[in-house]
Design a protein around this ligand. Sequence first.
Ligand SMILES: C=C1C=NC(C(F)(F)F)=NC1=N
Ligand SMILES: [Mg+2]
Length: 218
Amino acid sequence: MVDKRTEQIKELLPVYFIMGSSNCNGRNPVDVLEEAIAGGITLFQFREKGESALTGKEKVRLAERLQKVCQENHIPFIVNDDFELAIELDADGIHVGQDDLAAVIIREKFSNKILGVSAHTIEEAEQAIKDGADYLGLGPIYPTRSKDDAEEVAGTEIIKRFRDHGITLPIVGIGGISPESAEQVIQAGADGVAVISSIASSSDVEETAKSFLRATSK
Ligand SMILES: C=C1C=NC(C(F)(F)F)=NC1=N
Ligand SMILES: [Mg+2]
């Protein structure tokens, strides 16, 4: 059964750029996002994390500025973890991990929005599907420098295993993915790659985003 919602979500996942102020090497995150969009990213997640992360009003103001760039370019704006912020901004969706607010609660309050869930086991994936998740984030596929409390490196094997188990929900791989390794992530059965530092800290953000788009176009 070809589900329309699933197809719509799959079209958003090929190059899923994730970023916060700490990923931009001191550059203006608005410029970085504009360049990434010019390079063809298909989805954006605001993830303000790390010791230098903005908080309170400053975080909201940056989120609003990045959301505006996304709206001007018809790129959905997803918020990581922070449900209050997602509601306050009327974001297009939210991404939560296993230690964040339960997906089932979010699904109730944030009904027709995009809901992404990080999963490391088949059980977590099946629970997320029951809770109404639109896509799963699987990883870290390769060693990552963007998340200091990442689970152990899974390799593209995790994607194959979930697909072989019969998980058909859209999947995006995350963790240390480069333009060179992106194709293997797609070949393993993912619908896209989620990228933080390879794009955000690139010396040519637009070109790097373009190379991911080429690597993930089926
Ligand atoms: C920890 C994360 C894992 N996966 C994803 C996504 F790529 F969106 F699925 N985002 C996160 N913030
Ligand atoms: Mg989280």
